[in-house]
Design a protein around this ligand. Sequence first.
Ligand code: SF4
Ligand code: SF4
Length: 448
Amino acid sequence: MKNREEIIETVKAAGIIGAGGGGFPSYEKLKARVDIIIANGSECEPLLNSDKTLLREYPYKVIEGLDYVMQVTGAKIGYITIKKQYEDIIAIIKKAIPKGKNIKLHLQDNYYPAGDEFLTVYDVTGKVIPEGGLPLQVGVIVNNVLSLAQIYDALNGKVVTERLITLTGSVVSPQVVTVPIGATYRDLLSLAGGKLNSTDVLIDGGPMMGQIIKDYDMGVSKTTSGLIVLPEDHIITNMQSLSISKMVKKSKAACCQCFRCTDLCPRNLIGHKIFPHKTMRTIDYNLSEPTEHITSAFLCSQCGVCELIACDTMQLSPRKIYAEYRKLLVSKGVKNPHTNSELSALPELEYRKVPMSMLLKKLDLLKYNLPTPYTGNKTFDKVRISLNSHIGSQAIANIMVGEMVKIGDVIAMSPHDTLGTLYHASIKGIITDINEEWIEIEKGAMDR
Ligand code: SF4
Ligand code: SF4
């Protein structure tokens, strides 16, 4: 039986980071003492089924991982969040929770973005995380369910070399599959039977927060939970392709200050002082001083509700404006000045949540809401492992081109004593390329 320090060290050495997209190194969270741990299984991005598949196939890994984290942090209670409509999975989890463990299910409505940790913490505890803050500040740690399963694996001797991914949208065979970290987009598209139309666009992540992929030779990262293929003229691909300069011009002519982006903004609804319509007004009148409506970019979660749901008629994107401002402010060394902690969620929150059924219909995604059967583990002849999927200091390769590696060998790590992580070889083979962004491994002829 490992002690607290040994568990934290094992989690660190396994290279576990927030698998839901955050990329925050998991060992760092374990150093805290909190009251509540939340296993986030809400998976609110439309069409993605990776976390649900994990909970269905390997509930014991999530539950035991959660139990380890509760022990290490001294938490008295653990919650597993899941949407209440998944009755079959709920039954599986209920059965898998051992008697005597203070682990409960927290069932959520099917709304977007239920899995945003600010919303999840409010849903479970009724507490509002301060602006720009962390769940820790209200006595909570939130872990994605896959990160917890990886903690279970780490304590059973397995480092992070693979993950579950949903392949869906306009493809021949939608599915959920376990693939090596770094599996290329090209190989994964081919595994899904290819695109239905050659002009379709590939998105890494969910439709709401994902990014269009241009280079199919790049690989999926530790935080990639899904790949979605959508037509090139789909509203989501159109909005993603709209440049900031075009959008600003359009906003000057088209923003009617209707407030809908603010009314529906989930962060505004939990009481944070972010007002996207006022930010749009600020850019429309070229007010470039860092007013609170510009620095509130630090409060935006990039959920996309303002862009894809609230402003679907005018097709303006406060989200993009905030992303750009945040980059600019960070480059100028400006720190987040918004740290209010005396906050209450607005009474309107309950009835302004965006129901998933409405979102699917509005974004023309209903036809892609298809079954995604779990097809098990797959491997490939080549991987490109991204070294930038985590928060913290850059990971640096500790191997050379031409070196042989086997699954689980450390190939890159952040400098000792900094916040960061390690990366491991996800296939057996030869290192064929290294740069600051990624490491490529190819199977040798003997291993194919
Ligand atoms: S950006 Fe769109 S939703 Fe927001 S105030 Fe302007 S027109 Fe309304
Ligand atoms: S993306 Fe839009 S809706 Fe989402 S938090 Fe940012 S401003 Fe609010």
